[in-house]
Design a protein around this ligand. Structure first.
Ligand code: 0RQ
Length: 500
């Protein structure tokens, strides 16, 4: 049976108001592009004609402008999960026009299978190849696409000829059985292959194939700056000292590293540290610095769910696919982020915080308590289950008007029970085995910016009672000061014996 070829507009015409769609994409890598843009156009026409048109958008994680951006700008997203990083969509969410609920990325596929998110009418997935007998070869990410394809009523494939068909073999497609039949996930080392190269579906389920030739919409990374470089150096020196102490096995452990400029700088620093042996990655995302370190043989293997590479670096990979074939596996996010595997492999997790409080609670998702930034992503999957969990961030934000070290986080994603080490450009606070008072001292003295240290010392020094030196009256005074004046400096604690 030949698969039916459609234009993007024809594909979009199949989508109805109220549908929930599972789109491919984990970061802009491998995200559907052509059909979501056509759906956005359809939405605008429907709105002009006075008819409602909004869909539920479920993806692996963030996507590109053609998906989240176009749909949000067309006011076509009724609800969205599990992670986004698009400016227009963020505005729509923070304006209350799009319902967004956050979720640990490893849990999304099982929540779909369990029916927690309702019925999915279509899976819309980008592929580098699709066969008449229903084998779909994904492109630069796996994300939740295997689950979307199995669970949705119908599938639309974006066959993107920008990606070589020779990507076949880079994917390891596996879905666990659901409870009460679930068994252990058989990944015992980063490079264990446990599944298949393709997603296999009944050909009759494929409603159409739309041909495209478009690169992923991945932006480049900012150059490493003195702050991110110092954070990277602090992380790599800390891990090297743990290795010397024997707290990390001598062959080292797999690294999970967050996505973004700070994470890119940290990986670069780890790779350059001669005291750290060549290592493996078991992470969500393989980004630019990982590829360079593979070429330099500093990273031996990378398991992830996406190849989130700037265009130049992806070109390097495509020019040398045979070299990378033995070094990279792309798995469903259910496996790349699975707590069981993270705990088994002994992963060292390194993620970025928006703010950290003096006790080690971390906010990864909200600015000043109410505005969503991106979402928790995989940071919770890894942090809670890591061998060693590290959070990094610059000690100040917005030209030092904001201290990222605060008395109490304005939103909590990772509690003090999961966060073991906090690292800024100022230094390292190793919180293991420390009580709340010791934690507060370490974080303020080692991680806070010198401009804010006296202020923070004044906060906890004045509280004499209780296990945790916290004062509910003043816990958010720094945030409130910023919201009123645009600057956290100069808070005066309304506490007896306090110093500003
Ligand atoms: O704002 O964009 O206007 O300049 O937040 O901050 O310092 O550039 O760092 O790009 O790494 O993002 C936590 C958001 C950090 C990200 C977060 C402002 C700052 C800047 C970005 P501008 P930076 P990053 C999965 C890993 C959650 C998901 C996760 C994230 C912008 O890392 O989404 O961990 N993490 N996934 O100015 C106000 C503060 C601020 C602040 C920073 N306290 N208040 N604004 N900003 N701190 C695991 C994997 O395996 C991939």
């Amino acid at each position: 049976m030949a698969l039916k070829e459609l234009t993007a507009e024809e594909a979009a015409s199949l989508i109805s108001h109220g549908d929930t769609i599972g789109f491919s994409g984990f970061t802009p890598a491998g995200a559907a592009k052509e059909i979501p843009t056509a759906i956005a156009e359809k939405a605008k026409k429907e709105h002009e004609a006075g008819r409602p048109f909004k869909i539920g958008v479920v993806t692996g994680a963030s996507t590109g402008q053609s998906l989240d951006g176009e749909l949000a700008e067309a006011d076509a997203v009724s609800f969205r999960t599990p992670y986004q990083s698009n400016k227009s969509l963020r505005q729509s969410i923070n304006a209350g026009k799009t319902h967004f609920f956050d979720m640990h990325l490893s849990q999304l596929p099982q929540n779909v299978r369990y029916g927690f998110l309702g019925k999915f009418s279509y899976a819309i997935v980008e592929a580098c190849d699709v066969s008449e007998d229903g084998h779909i070869v994904l492109s630069t990410s796996v994300g939740a696409s295997p689950t979307f394809c199995q669970y949705a009523d119908k599938i639309l494939v974006e066959l993107n000829e920008f990606h070589p068909k020779a990507l076949r073999g880079f994917h390891d497609i596996y879905e666990p059985l659901d409870p009460p039949h679930r068994r252990e996930l058989p990944v015992y080392s980063c490079s264990d292959r446990v599944g298949t190269e393709t997603i296999k579906v009944a050909p009759s389920k494929i409603a159409g194939v739309v041909r495209t030739n478009r690169p992923d919409e991945v932006g480049g990374f900012k150059e490493v700056c003195p702050i991110t470089s110092k954070i990277g150096e602090n992380v790599s020196n800390f891990l090297a000292s743990e290795l010397r102490k024997g707290a990390i096995p001598k062959d080292f452990l797999p690294i999970q590293s967050g996505v973004g400029n700070i994470a890119n700088a940290i990986l670069g620093a780890l790779g350059q540290n001669p005291d750290i042996p060549a290592f493996e990655m078991y992470s969500e995302v393989i980004q630019d610095s990982v590829i360079s370190l593979m070429e330099e043989e500093r990273i031996r293997f990378g398991s992830a769910t996406s190849l989130t590479l700037s265009p130049e670096v992806l070109a390097r990979v495509y020019d040398n696919l045979d070299f990378f074939r033995s070094k990279v596996l792309l798995r469903p996010q259910e496996l790349s982020n699975h707590p069981e595997i993270v705990r088994r492999l002994g992963i060292i997790s390194i993620n970025t915080a928006i703010e950290t409080d003096i006790f080690g609670n971390v906010n990864s998702t909200h600015v000043m308590g109410n505005n969503l930034m991106n979402g928790i992503g995989g940071s919770g999957d890894f942090t809670r289950n890591a061998y060693l969990s590290v959070f990094t961030c610059p000690s100040v934000a917005k030209g030092s008007k904001i201290s990222t070290i605060v008395p109490l986080v304005s939103h909590m994603d990772h509690s003090e029970h999961s966060v073991q080490v906090v690292i800024t450009e100022q230094g390292v606070a190793d919180l293991r085995g420390k009580d709340p008072v010791e934690r507060a001292r370490l974080i303020v003295e080692n991680c806070a910016h010198p401009e804010y240290r006296d202020l923070l010392r004044g906060y906890f020094d004045s509280v004499k009672d209780g296990h945790t030196p916290q004062t509910l009256d003043c816990a958010f005074a720094m945030h409130q000061k910023f919201l009123k004046t645009g600057d956290m400096h100069g808070v005066e604690w309304a506490l007896p014996g306090s110093q500003a």
